[in-house]
Design a protein around this ligand. Structure first.
Ligand SMILES: *Cc1c(COP(=O)(O)O)cnc(C)c1O
Length: 404
C-alpha cells in the first residue's frame, strides 16, 4: 500500500483557510479520555472535542454501530426514509417532551431550522408582523448568517452585514429586560439553559420560568438551544429537565453523535406541521450512518447509571479543582452543571485562559476556554477517575507556570 501523504502542523497555515488557530501538535489517535499526537505524546482529554465525544474516543459502542452500518447503507437521500433514523426519532421522542424530530448535521443547522420554524408558525398565525425573535447578549447559536445574528456576540456577526433583521438582544438572566422586549410580534425566544461559549453561565430557573410565561402570554415559541447542554452533559438527558421548564423547540447536536456529525430539532405536534413538505430540508440530515451511531450513543448515555455518573464526576471535578485553587488562587468561581464546567479567572489572571490551555497542552492536557476569562472542561461523560486525577495533576503544573 502507498504511504499516506506526510503532513505537519505548519501545513495548516499553508492550505487551510485561517479561521482557526489550532494547537501546535496534531492528535492522531484516541482511546477513552486519552489522545496521542504525531510524536506519540499522550494527552488527557478534558475537552472532549468541545462537548462532543461523550463516550470518549473509539468507544466500542460507537465503533460497532458505525462499522456495522457502514457495511449496510450509508445514504439514500430524503426521497426515502431509513431504519436507523426512525429508531433514533423514536428514542428522542419517547425520552423527551417532543413528538417530532427534524434531523440535520450540526448545531447551527438545528438552530437555523428552529428559527425558521418559529418564523413560519408566526406567519401562519395571521398576526401581522409576527416575526420578531428575542435572543440574549453573549449567546452562541452557531455560524450560519441567521444563527450568528441570533447569537449575542457582535464580533462574530458584524463583519457579515447586512444581517437578517427582526432579532432583538437583551441581557441574559434579566427577566425585566425580556419582558420589555417580548410582545405580540414576537415569534420566538431562543436561549441556552447554560450559556456555553459565552462563559459557562447557567440561566436562573426563575428566568427560564419567566420566559415560558411570557411566551405563553404572547404566543411565542420558546426555543432551548441544548446543542452544548444536551445528551447527558449536565447529568440529566437534557438540561431543561433540571429546570422544570419545557420548551416548544429544543435543538441538540454536539454529543448526539458522540463525534459523528449529526444534529436535530425537536418539537411538538402543534408546531411540526407548519414545516410542511418542501418548506425546509437538507441532503445529509438523518442519513443512516449518522443515525445509527447517534442511536447507539443515545441508548448508552440514557441510563440512570451513566447520568448519575456524570453528576458524581461533577462533584469529583469540583473537589479536585477546589483543592487546586486553594493552593494557587486563580479561580474566582467554578460553575456549571455535570461535565460542563467553567473556571472563572480572578481579576489578577484576567485574560489568561488561553495561556492556561496552551500550557496545559505542553503538560499533556487538552482543555478549553469559554471567552478570555474562563477555562472550560467538557470531557467524556464516562471519563475514568484516574484520568481526572492525572489531568488535574497536569493542570496543576500548568497553573504553577501561571503563578510564576
Ligand atoms: C456549538 C454550539 C452551536 C453550534 O453548533 P455547530 O455544530 O458548531 O454548528 C450552537 N449552539 C450552542 C449552544 C453551541 O454550543
Amino acid at each position: 500500500m502507498e504511504q499516506p501523504i506526510s503532513v505537519t502542523r505548519s501545513n495548516f497555515n499553508d492550505w487551510m483557510v485561517p479561521v482557526f488557530a489550532p494547537a501546535n501538535f496534531i492528535p492522531v489517535r484516541g482511546e477513552g479520555s486519552r489522545i496521542w499526537d504525531q510524536e506519540n505524546k499522550e494527552y488527557i482529554d478534558f475537552a472532549g472535542g468541545i462537548a462532543v465525544n461523550a463516550l470518549g474516543h473509539a468507544h466500542p459502542v460507537a465503533v460497532n454501530a458505525l462499522t456495522e452500518q457502514a457495511t449496510k447503507l450509508w445514504h439514500v437521500g430524503n426521497g426515502y426514509t431509513n431504519e436507523p433514523v426512525l429508531r433514533l426519532a423514536k428514542q428522542l421522542t419517547e425520552n423527551t417532551f417532543a413528538d417530532k424530530v427534524f434531523f440535520c448535521n450540526s448545531g447551527a443547522e438545528a438552530n437555523e431550522a428552529a428559527l425558521k420554524l418559529a418564523r413560519k408558525v408566526g406567519l401562519d398565525s395571521g398576526v401581522a408582523g409576527k416575526s420578531g425573535i428575542v435572543a440574549f447578549n453573549n449567546a452562541f447559536h452557531g455560524r450560519t448568517l441567521f444563527t450568528v445574528s441570533a447569537g449575542g456576540q457582535p464580533k462574530y456577526s458584524q463583519d457579515f452585514a447586512p444581517l437578517p433583521n427582526g432579532i432583538n438582544h437583551v441581557a441574559f438572566n434579566d427577566l425585566e429586560a425580556a419582558k420589555a422586549a417580548i410582545n405580540e410580534q414576537t415569534c420566538a425566544v431562543i436561549v441556552e439553559p447554560i450559556q456555553g461559549e459565552g462563559g459557562v453561565i447557567p440561566a436562573d430557573i426563575e428566568f427560564l420560568k419567566g420566559l415560558r410565561a411570557l411566551c405563553d402570554e404572547f404566543g411565542a415559541l420558546l426555543i432551548f438551544d441544548e446543542v452544548q447542554t444536551g445528551v447527558g452533559r449536565t447529568g440529566s438527558l437534557y438540561a431543561y429537565m433540571n429546570s422544570g421548564v419545557t420548551p416548544d423547540i429544543l435543538t441538540t447536536a454536539k454529543a448526539l453523535g458522540g463525534g459523528f456529525p449529526v444534529g436535530a430539532m425537536l418539537t411538538i405536534d402543534k408546531f411540526a406541521p407548519h414545516f410542511s413538505v418542501g418548506t425546509h430540508g437538507t441532503t445529509y440530515g438523518g442519513n443512516p450512518l449518522a443515525s445509527a451511531v447517534a442511536g447507539a450513543v443515545f441508548e448508552f448515555i440514557n441510563t440512570p447509571e451513566v447520568l448519575e455518573g456524570v453528576r458524581h464526576r461533577h462533584q469529583y471535578f469540583l473537589d479536585a479543582l477546589n483543592t487546586l485553587n486553594a493552593e494557587y488562587q486563580v479561580f474566582d468561581e467554578i460553575r456549571g452543571q455535570g461535565l460542563l464546567i467553567g473556571c472563572v479567572l480572578t481579576a489578577e489572571y484576567a485574560g489568561k485562559a488561553k495561556d492556561i490551555t496552551t500550557w496545559a497542552g505542553e503538560e499533556g492536557l487538552l482543555a478549553l476556554i469559554a471567552g478570555p476569562n474562563v477555562v472550560r472542561f467538557t470531557p467524556s461523560l464516562i471519563i475514568p477517575e484516574q484520568d481526572i486525577d492525572e489531568g488535574i495533576a497536569r493542570l496543576k503544573r500548568a497553573l504553577a507556570k501561571l503563578a510564576k
